[in-house]
Design a protein around this ligand. Structure first.
Ligand SMILES: [Ca+2]
Length: 440
């Protein structure tokens, strides 16, 4: 229930994602990541049934929307000019109004960030593992057919399904046209809303689904695997051959095949790892977790070993990530990891898919412990840290309360200059150190 997009830094990420969607360069993610989820600091969207969203503030009083009718007329002209049949438009917009829930979710920017381990506790819970195994077993033949046809691993498809909608349990009940019309009319992502709304109308015009059944998340992510409309148009498939790309049907067949197709189109390599947990030797330079891919032999020569089995890493190029800093688990990530991030551009999400699919495939789970005594910085603390780092000459490229690559890089620069392990992790201790130095 959280399509992608929406975090922005939370905002920033969201918007950049949307921008990416719009550009021809970057294909759209199936869905925007949810701002609420994104617990900022950790780019972590919560698993579908998203607690953060549920805890959002109570609905605001109904906003009068005299402007909505005028917007609708203007949009109607644009949609018809873009080839949407007027009958489709009228049917889609019957009864559509500004949706307050959508506006609230859109505006929601949590101050407190969920640590990645809490997100993963929920994303890879015993229940989600058990339900995933049940689905894998009961759909074995179907999934094997999909896996062969698209060249993907069935456990990964099922893991994504489990994270996106708890295996079809939470697909979202907001009429998609209303959600997107609301976002297009007002809020923080009007361009995204209008682009997706046009795509939604094209889907309706194609007859894949009726307006009443076309429901999804507040940001327009639809069905079992939470595709946003532009992703639907590009990647959804009619696997069962009934003439409709149906991501809402009980059997999930088209949705699972659509996810497999999505992964395939972004370059999934069947049987190759997405990420492997590793052990780092004593004295390892954690500054190497800098986002650069290095050959497996390079990691092996530096003493990096698989956490399970102790073998040297595969030959393929890999990046080292330390999602909770030097005191938490370490992973080498491969091309398939980047493919998962095309689905949802959050490291925590991709890690959840990896860990859940490992469990579904019967592989060993996580070996190292998360540093659960660490407290993630709140949004305002992150802004303070960004101001202080930038003031000291470590440019975070803006103060947005969101920890992205530039901020991590600035943290590493500061740590290196002070002789600290340069893991790029923004901890409370780091902020305390910055405060002690003053300035900023
Ligand atoms: Ca179908």
């Amino acid at each position: 229930m959280s399509p992608m997009v929406l975090r922005a830094p939370v905002v920033a990420a969201v918007l950049s994602l949307c921008a990416a969607c719009a550009s021809s360069q970057t294909p759209p993610s199936p869905r925007p990541s949810d701002a609420a989820v994104t617990a900022a600091a950790s780019e972590a969207p919560p698993p579908s049934p998203r607690p953060a969203a549920l805890n959002a503030a109570p609905p605001a009083p109904a906003a009068p929307s005299p402007g909505f009718a005028a917007w609708r007329e203007g949009f109607r002209a644009r949609a018809l000019a873009a080839g949407v049949p007027s009958a489709t438009f009228e049917a889609a917009f019957a009864g559509v109004t500004v949706n307050k829930t959508v506006l609230e979710r859109d505006a929601f920017q949590p101050e407190f960030v969920r640590p990645i381990w809490e997100y993963l506790d929920s994303a890879v819970s015993a229940t989600r593992i058990a339900n995933g195994r049940d689905n894998l077993a009961s759909k074995r033949g179907t999934l094997a057919g999909i896996a062969d046809r698209y060249g993907v691993d069935p456990e990964v498809v099922v893991a994504i399904w489990g994270l996106e909608s708890a295996y079809g349990t939470y697909t979202g009940d907001i009429p998609v046209v209303e959600a997107l019309a609301t976002l297009a009319y007002e809020g923080r992502r009007r361009d995204f809303g209008e682009e997706q709304l046009l795509a939604a109308l094209r889907i309706l015009a194609a007859g894949d689904v009726s307006p009443n059944r076309m429901r999804g998340s507040w940001a327009g992510a639809m069905g079992h695997t939470q595709f946003i409309p532009t992703s639907f148009l590009q990647y959804a498939v009619d696997h069962d051959g009934d003439g409709r790309r149906d991501l809402w049907s009980d059997d999930a067949l088209d949705a699972l095949a659509s996810t497999a197709n999505y992964l395939s189109r972004f370059g999934w390599e069947r049987g190759a790892p997405a990420a492997v947990e590793v052990r780092l030797p004593r004295g390892f330079d954690v500054a190497l977790a800098d986002g650069r891919a290095r050959p497996g032999a390079d990691w092996a020569a530096r003493g990096v070993r698989a956490a399970v089995g102790g073998t040297p890493p595969p030959a393929a190029e890999a990046e080292l990530i330390l999602p909770a800093g030097a005191n938490g688990p370490a992973f080498l990530t491969y091309r398939n990891f980047d493919v998962i991030k095309r689905y949802n551009n959050a490291t925590s999400y991709a890690l959840a898919v990896v860990l859940l699919s490992d469990e579904l495939a019967g592989r060993e789970g996580l070996q190292a412990a998360w540093p659960r005594s660490e407290r993630p910085l709140s949004r305002s603390e992150t802004e303070e840290m960004q101001r202080r780092l930038t003031g000291l000459g470590f440019d975070t490229q803006g103060v947005d309360g969101i920890i992205g690559p530039a901020t991590r890089s600035a943290v590493r620069g500061f740590q290196s200059s002070r002789g600290l392990p340069a893991d790029g992790f923004a901890s409370a201790a780091l902020l305390a150190r910055l405060r002690a130095e003053g300035g900023g």
